[in-house]
Design a protein around this ligand. Structure first.
Ligand code: DX5
Ligand code: ZN
Length: 220
């Protein structure tokens, strides 16, 4: 069953609580929260205080995508803010202590994920795969919504799915960037099971219909 995670990056930042509740009633599975620091990516969004402020307004699962340098420094803040899943970029995380960092996330009762940018090999997350609940494969350069899906990322999804199956593990494969009714089937076909969608959901007249249609197109 596909997990649909609308990205609030394409929502109205002046009314985040209303946007979260709108997604909840539109049958979103998760809410994807894009944290950007203007350093790891060339854009700035919001941090832990905004997520903490939003937390009381929705029961949606908070899928927090950390596009920040030195993510370890801020993990406690995001855990306390009410994140449910913490996704760090492999390009930003401190690899020497990454295993301990992942243990720390699990010890706090949260799910842990690593993400790869389009230019990063998928094998770079394999040393930690057994400690992960999810791997996020970026299908655009991180930083902005509304970009075109990179079809040349599809092989990464299928290689990762093969490796997860080979290990007999249960790891979610999330894709993020350019997901729409036109691209979701290809990503699902390659083995992705969690789909972030910003403009495709928030830009739609009827978000519930948009989510349903994504779900139908992801069903393979
Ligand atoms: C981009 C963000 C995405 C973004 C996706 O860096 O990580 O989550 O919101 O937006 P769309 O779905 O419009 O490509
Ligand atoms: Zn994202």
């Amino acid at each position: 069953m596909a997990i649909i995670a609308p990205s609030v990056l394409s929502g109205d930042f002046a009314h985040l609580a209303d946007e979260a509740r709108r997604m909840e009633s539109a049958q979103a599975d998760w809410l994807h929260l894009d944290v950007m620091d203007g350093h790891f990516v060339a854009n700035l969004t919001f941090g832990a205080p905004v997520i903490a402020a939003l937390r009381p307004y929705t029961g949606l699962f908070f899928d927090v995508h950390l596009m920040i340098s030195q993510p370890e420094r801020y993990l406690d803040d995001f855990i306390q803010a009410g994140a449910d899943m913490l996704t760090m970029h492999i390009e930003a995380a401190k690899q020497e202590t990454l295993s301990e960092t992942l243990q720390k996330i699990h010890a706090a009762g949260k799910l842990a994920a690593l993400s790869v940018k389009p230019g990063t090999a998928i094998e770079s997350v394999y040393p930690w795969l057994d400690q992960l609940n999810m791997v996020l494969i970026m299908t655009v350069e991180p930083g902005f919504g509304g970009q075109a899906f990179m079809t040349d990322m599809l092989w990464k999804i299928s290689s990762l799915r093969k490796e997860i199956n080979r290990r007999g593990r249960d790891v979610i494969i999330q894709v993020d960037g350019g997901i729409s009714v036109k691209t979701i089937a290809a990503a699902a076909g390659a083995g992705a099971d969690c789909f972030v969608a910003g403009s495709a959901v928030f830009g739609a007249q009827d978000p519930a219909a948009a989510i349903l249609s994504l779900r139908e197109n992801a069903a393979i």
